[in-house]
Structure formats: C-alpha cells, structure tokens
Ligand binder design. Sequence first.
Ligand SMILES: Cc1cc2nc3c(=O)[nH]c(=O)nc-3n(C[C@H](O)[C@H](O)[C@H](O)COP(=O)(O)OP(=O)(O)OC[C@H]3O[C@@H](n4cnc5c(N)ncnc54)[C@H](O)[C@@H]3O)c2cc1C
Length: 456
Amino acid sequence: MTRRSKTSPEDRAPDDLGGVHRPVVIVGGGQAGLSMSYCLTQRGVDHLILERDRIGHEWRDRRWDSFCLVTPNWQCQLPGYPYAGDDPDGFMARDGIVRYIEAYARSFDPPVIEGVAATRLRRDRKGRYLVGTSRGELIADQVVLATGPYQVPLIPRLSERLPDELTQIHSSQYRSPDHLPPGEVLVIGTGQSGCQIAEDLHLAARGVHLAVGSAPRVARFYRGRDVVAWLDTLGYYRKAVDEFADVDAVRFRVNHYVTGRDGGRDIDLRAFARDGMRLYGRLMGAAGTELQFAPDLKENLDHADAVSESIKDSIDSYIDAHRIDVPAEPRYTAVWTPQQESTQLHLGDTEITSVIWSTGFGRDDRWIEVPVFDGRGYPTHDRGVTSSPGLYFLGLPWQHTWGSGRLSGVADDATYLTERIITDPAQPDHLFRWIAGTSNSTYPRDAEWVAPRTVA
Ligand SMILES: Cc1cc2nc3c(=O)[nH]c(=O)nc-3n(C[C@H](O)[C@H](O)[C@H](O)COP(=O)(O)OP(=O)(O)OC[C@H]3O[C@@H](n4cnc5c(N)ncnc54)[C@H](O)[C@@H]3O)c2cc1C
C-alpha cells in the first residue's frame, strides 16, 4: 500500500508530521479504520489514517496458515465494498481476506500513512487533539480510535511455572503444525482460536491435549441453512447491545466455536476425543511437570451442546411461527462422554513438547491520555462516542451490535460516527446512560498494569 496524504508527508523529514493539522485523524488501518475513512471520504471530510504496520496487518500476520473466516463471505459488508465474489456462502481463507481488505483500500485510495504508530494522545488548551508519533505531533479536531479489539495476547502467569524445555506460544503466534517442535501439543482454551488450532493439529495427526473451558458452541448448519443465515433472519445481528438485560456480560461473552474450514462444519470436541484427542477441564494449576485441571470437563461439554441446541430451538420456533417449509433435522447426539474426569497430568507421561495458550486478548490504551476509561481501563462510550468531545472508538466488540467488531457490522457504526463527526462532535448529554464495563476493579495506569480483557 502506498503511503500518501494530501500534504505528502512521506517526502519530508523524520519529524515531518509535526504540526500537520487534519480535521479528523483515524488511528488504525484495519477494516474499521478503512471503513471510517471510506465514509468520511464519501462526505468530503479531510482526514488522515495512521497505521503502525500495514493495512490488513492483523489478518495477514496474526492468523495461522489454515485460518479461514467463521462468518460466511456474504457477511463481509464493508461500506461501499460488499463481498462480490462467487462464493457468498463460503468462508474466505486468510490470504483471501487480506486481498479483500487490500482491494477495498485500492477502491477509494484512502489517505493512509503506514509504518507510523500513534504513541500519545492528549488535548491542548483549545480542546484540539495532539497525536504523538515517531514523526512528530499531529493536530486533529477529532480523532477516531480504530486500533482493533484484539491487541495484547494474554497468557496467564501460570505459564511461568511450566518446565523451561516446553515451547510456549500464544494462539496469535501459531502458524501451522510444522512450526512446532515434534511431539504432542497442549492447547489451553476452547474459544474460537483454541478449538480451530486444536482441530488443525488433530488433522495433521499431532497428538493433542486440550484444556476445555466454558465457551459455548454453535452448529454450522441446521435445517438446510447456515445457522448464521438463520440468526440473521431471526434479527439477532440487528439487536443493539443495550437491548440485552446483561449488557456487561454480553460484551465480554466468549464467542461460540464453529469453523468455516472445508466449506464449514461443526467443531465437536466429543468427536475429537473419540478419535484420540485428550480432553481435560479448565487448567487450574501447574507445578513443574504436574498439571491440575478442574473436574468440569463433562459440565463444559454439556454446556456447549446445550447452547447449540437452544439456538436450534429458537430456529425451530421461528420456522413453526412462520410456517416455513424446510426439512426436519435430527438433533445432536453425543458421540463421546468422559467416563472419568482426568484432573492430573504428569507431563513426563506424555510426549507434550509445546503449549499453545488460547486464552484471549486484552487492550493497551495507556498511550491515550484522555479520561474516557472505566476502572478496568476499558473505554466508556455510547455507540463509540466518548465523553471527550470529538473522540470516538470504532471496531470494539459489541460497540453497538454483534457485528460491530466484525466485517458485517462495522459499516453501520462507521456511518453513525460519520454523522456525529459532521454534525455533532459535542459531548452527548446522555453519555452515562450506560457505561461499557463495570468498574468492579481498578488498575493503576502504569505500575502493575494489567491489560483489560477483550474476548477472542
Ligand atoms: C482469531 C480471530 C478470528 C476472527 N474471525 C472473524 C470472522 O470469521 N469474521 C469476522 O467478521 N470477524 C472475525 N474476527 C474479528 C475481527 O473481524 C478482526 O479482529 C478484525 O481484525 C478487526 O478489525 P479492526 O479494524 O477493528 O482491527 P484490526 O484488524 O486489529 O486493525 C487495527 C489496526 O490498528 C493498528 N494500530 C493499533 N494501534 C495503533 C497505533 N497506536 N497507531 C497506529 N496504528 C495502530 C494495528 O496495526 C492494526 O492494523 C476474528 C478475530 C480473531 C482474533
């Protein structure tokens, strides 16, 4: 991607951005930052995007080789650039997603400067924003923070208690079975990443041990359609987060596991276990070569299945209510049940040589010196509008709807923010109607900082 802005800062000295003024600066050149740029371009608003790496960096560099979308291609609905390929019901692989993002950028030539990170954000006495970078401090009337939901890989400090000989990585560092040392692999966590990585290793005939958490699952297809298509029909994706009774829980809820691999299928951990994968409950402790797991494997598998079946119940009710003529489908029957919970694992009894922590991500907003965070360090906002006039977030999980942090819903949020940017950058008087996150614990800004958790 070419680096370009209307004042061609790429041609100037290392502090060339110092004093450059833009009505709007967008931080982050992923799908959210690009969507914002597209909407502002449509409305003739002068702006600049700062991207510390390259456009599409997250999809290109932080996904494994066999990665493909979990959401069907038709849900790729970036503003002005809906999916137009010949496989709307398919699931783009990693490189295809990168091409889609790059082609999107080429379609409107956004004013992006790549390779420049925003390292400090503060307000001056006039209320303007000062955006510090390695190439000087920009001035912006308004700022959109589109820095991504999954920023900091979270690995529990429990990992320090495992033997030094083990290779330990986070799910965002996993690439393929061949990149791990020979031997068995312990995958910890069963969100979308953990389950798909465990499957990738299982298909490569690597011995896999999997610590199963409480993440729910969802069937891929039911009664002739992708479940995502049914949920779309049911209106689930249009439901705003503040329509839920448990707003805070919805925001931090772990995603349902399922895969788009090979045209899409269920991820059935019981079937993996039947075929040789070793399943355990949640990892509770480690002391050298001894690992302890909670006796909750059966409970976690049952819970995942119950959630999946309850989604089918909703689909059945809709089909009945609307007298839709689709074939019936038998319900899921468990293909394997743990006979005895294995709560102890002595690594010396296994061939485990690597551990993949699929334990989620957090945020690092410490560079933002504007008081818009809650006690956990999570941004407070209403549909991305913060209490600091002219400062916005875009791309947060459940910023407004399920699709906010995804390819399907960021367009709506970018469109909404564009109107706010153009017409009403003032602080909304209803801002504290709901606060994202409950300040049930408080972390100091610098000392012993802990990344506020998002989900994966
Ligand atoms: C494993 C995984 C699977 C997913 N699968 C799907 C799926 O199937 N379907 C779906 O719709 N969504 C999926 N998502 C969710 C979502 O679509 C992606 O996380 C997507 O990358 C989010 O886009 P974004 O633009 O909000 O953030 P990002 O893609 O993270 O982009 C943020 C950009 O900001 C840049 N940046 C950050 N800080 C700074 C700074 N200070 N200065 C300058 N630049 C900065 C980063 O380099 C990055 O390029 C998945 C996410 C993960 C982690």
